[in-house]
Each structure stands twice: as C-alpha cells, then as structure tokens.
Design a protein around this ligand. Structure first.
Ligand SMILES: Cc1cc2nc3c(=O)[nH]c(=O)nc-3n(C[C@H](O)[C@H](O)[C@H](O)COP(=O)(O)OP(=O)(O)OC[C@H]3O[C@@H](n4cnc5c(N)ncnc54)[C@H](O)[C@@H]3O)c2cc1C
Length: 377
C-alpha cells in the first residue's frame, strides 16, 4: 500500500466505515483504502463459526438487525437476506424466568395475579400509593412509578448495577423511559417493521460490501501507526475513538466494556432462548447468550450447544463498548471535537467517533447521509 497516494482512507471496517467505503467505490467509482486495527472486518458486528459446534457466534455480543427505515432496509438487503428470527429477552430472578421488557406476563407472574390489560393500572396504583414520585429525578424513582418497588428491586436494580456499576438512583430517568411498561402480552423486544439475523451471518455482509476491486482492505493496521505517512490531501473517514486520536491529551472518555466467556455444553438446548438476563447482583455475569437460537432455520448437532457468558466492566481504553455519557464526558468529547474542527480533510463518525450508542441501522443511516452530504458532492 503506497500511503501517500491514497485519495480516500477509511479507518474502521465496521458498519460505518464499510458503508462509506462501499459507496465511494460503487457509487462514486473511486478507489478507497479501508484499514482496521483488528484482524477481521465487521467491527463489533463480526461473526464466526465455532469449530466444535458449527454454531455461528457474534464475537462482540448478540446482534439483531432491526429497522423501520426503508432506505436502510433496501440498502442492507443488497448484501444479505434475513431469516425470520424475532427477538425476545427473558430474565432469571430467584430461579424463576420472566419476560423482558416488563409486560403483562411479567407483572402477573411476579405479583402472582392474573390481571387483564385494563386492570393493570389500577393494580399498580396500589403499589404507587405506597411510594410515588410526582417528578421522578432518576431511573430508580421512574422505575418505581412504573412498576412498584418490589418488581423494580427484583428485575431492574441488580441488573442495572452490574451493567453500569452505578445504582439506578444515580442514573437518568430517561434510561427506563425508553423501555415503557407493556400492559399486554407482546413479548417482541423490538417494534420495528423489519428484524432478523443475516441468513449467512454478519461477516458475509462485510465481505460483499467490500468486494469491489476499487476497495483495498488492510487489517491489523492502526491509524496511529500510519497517519504520519499520509498525503495531506487524503480524505480521512475516521470511525475510531477521538480521545485515542489525540493521544488522550484532555483525558479518557468513559466507556463500559464487556468480557465474554464461551463454553460448549453437551446438551441440544441449554436455555431455550438466545439471550437470558440474570437480574441478581450476586450472579457475576449479566446475561448468557445461546447463539444457536438465532438461526432456527439451520441444522445443528443435537448433542452440543454453545453458551456465552457476558460480564460488564469498566473499560481501560482498550475495548470501548457502551459510552457512559454524563456532563463531564460530554464536555470532554466537545474538546476533542474542537480539535477535529481544526484539522483538514477528516470526517468523523460511527459509534466511537460520535461517542454515542447507535444500533446498526442508525450507523448505516448516518454513514449514508455522511456520504451524500460530505463526500459525494
Ligand atoms: C454488546 C452490543 C450488542 C449490540 N447489539 C446490537 C443489536 O442487537 N442490534 C443493533 O442494531 N445494534 C447492536 N449493537 C450496536 C452495533 O454494534 C453498532 O451499531 C455498530 O457496531 C456500530 O458500527 P461502527 O462502524 O460505528 O463501529 P464498530 O463496529 O465498533 O467499528 C469500528 C471499527 O474501527 C476500528 N478502529 C478503531 N480505531 C481504529 C484505529 N485507530 N485504527 C484502525 N481501526 C480502528 C475498530 O477496530 C472497529 O473494528 C450492539 C452493540 C454492542 C456493544
């Protein structure tokens, strides 16, 4: 790769970078180089087959594609078809399994009642009479308003502490406002028009997106190691972290990271579902994934399955997953963004570049819009 001859350099081969590289090659007709510091394409959506079981694993956590955006749906369908998987999440508390997000089945089962949808509010009002916050200031108060303290303590509190290492009284009310209570039996995790798992897995999507001969892919390549050799006219599309780009000169942006532990079990089905949350604080992992269930259309060995335990921990700058946000981090991010504004020919985006949690469809939507507005014209 002759670094000083590159016209477009995309940093990061996740959905943000791959979408932009694909558009530059296949729409603009220009050559583009895409690098990733990892040894694979796909960013956090990368999937691979486990050799012992033949089960496809999402290496960075279970990913379900879902969207109601027609442009994104049409775009992604150029590179893959989807199976009919519909996502459902369950949670275990004191050896009993409940549906999440909280719905009528969860409320009935937890409070040992048999309410009809129109009876739920009146029932929960009795809980609210015991404790209610007219102006909920944080996640704890908002959750108690929605579900009553007993259900909050059981299903939400411990899980949240494990996930964020913060008690819900320190977290914004908006977190739980995004997961409103359902007074019916709808157990679908998403309400989007389309959802599913790519029929041939995620990695195949990226192989197809990056298949043009105009795209040069270089893995195991960190932008930090090559940036000095680039021509000053090279347009850089950067989807890495901004604090790292500036050598953490103002400090480190806070993230939660995840650790995954894979285990082969000699049974056909370990937990009966793709994702099982563990609500109790004392259980060290937050959830167990069983990726076999993401592909009900595939044939698997009937005496083996693969499970993946997920642990949540503070990131040390190595593997950022979930931005923690908050005022201090927002101010820090703004300082780095001001540094970007002083640079020539660099476009920043993606979940790391924007320091925001994005679902895959939002990442693709943003990338398509960045391409149209800042690269195509
Ligand atoms: C646990 C988890 C579960 C998720 N589940 C879902 C889901 O079910 N549904 C959904 O829609 N979304 C889900 N998401 C979100 C999804 O992962 C993101 O939307 C998507 O990965 C964002 O793509 P990206 O390209 O911005 O970032 P990434 O996929 O992280 O790609 C960025 C790439 O840039 C590379 N990079 C960074 N810095 C450098 C550098 N200096 N030099 C070279 N390369 C660099 C990284 O190695 C990485 O490969 C989930 C996210 C997490 C964390």
């Amino acid at each position: 790769m002759k670094l000083d001859e590159i016209e477009y350099l995309v940093v990061g081969a996740g959905f943000f970078g791959a979408t932009i590289a694909e558009r530059i090659a296949n729409d603009l007709g220009k050559s583009v180089t895409i690098i990733d510091k990892r040894n694979h394409i796909g960013g956090n959506c990368y999937s691979e087959i486990n050799a012992e079981t033949g089960i496809e694993v999402h290496k960075y956590g279970t990913h379900i594609f879902h969207t109601s955006n027609t442009t994104v749906w049409d775009y992604i369908n150029r590179f893959t078809s989807f199976n009919g998987y519909n996502h459902q999440v369950l949670t275990t508390f004191e050896n009993k399994v409940y549906q999440m997000p909280i719905n009528l089945e969860t409320i009935n089962s937890f409070y040992n009642v048999n309410l009809k949808p129109f009876e739920v509010d009146e029932f929960l009002d009795k809980e609210r009479a015991k404790e209610f916050y007219p102006k909920p200031q944080n996640m704890e108060e908002q959750s108690i308003n929605y579900f009553g303290r007993p259900l909050y303590e059981a299903l939400l509190k411990g899980y949240t502490i494990k996930q964020w290492d913060k008690v819900p009284s320190e977290l914004p009310a908006s977190i739980i406002q995004r997961l409103p209570q359902r007074n019916n039996y709808n157990e679908n995790y998403y309400f989007d028009t389309w959802q599913g798992i790519p029929s041939l897995g995620y990695t195949k999507i990226f192989e197809k997106m990056l298949s043009s001969s105009l795209i040069k892919l270089q893995l195991n390549t960190d932008f930090e190691e090559i940036k000095e050799q680039l021509n000053e006219d090279t347009v850089i599309i950067y989807s890495g972290s901004l604090d790292r780009l500036f050598n953490f000169k103002y400090g480190q942006l806070d993230y939660r990271t995840l650790r995954f532990e894979e285990e082969v079990k000699n049974v056909a089905d370990y937990q009966g579902t793709a994702v099982m949350n563990y609500a109790e604080k004392e259980t060290p992992y937050t959830r167990i994934h069983e990726p076999k269930h993401l592909h009900p259309e595939r044939d698997f060995l009937d005496d083996k399955t693969l499970i993946v335990k997920e642990y949540s921990l503070q990131d040390n700058g190595e593997a950022p997953y979930y931005p923690i946000g908050g005022t201090e981090n927002k101010e820090l991010y703004a300082k780095y963004l001001a540094e970007v504004a002083k640079m020539k020919n660099i476009i920043v985006g993606g979940r790391l570049g924007d320091y925001k949690y994005y679902d895959m469809h939002q990442t693709i939507e943003n990338a398509l819009s960045v391409y149209e507005q800042h690269i195509k014209q």
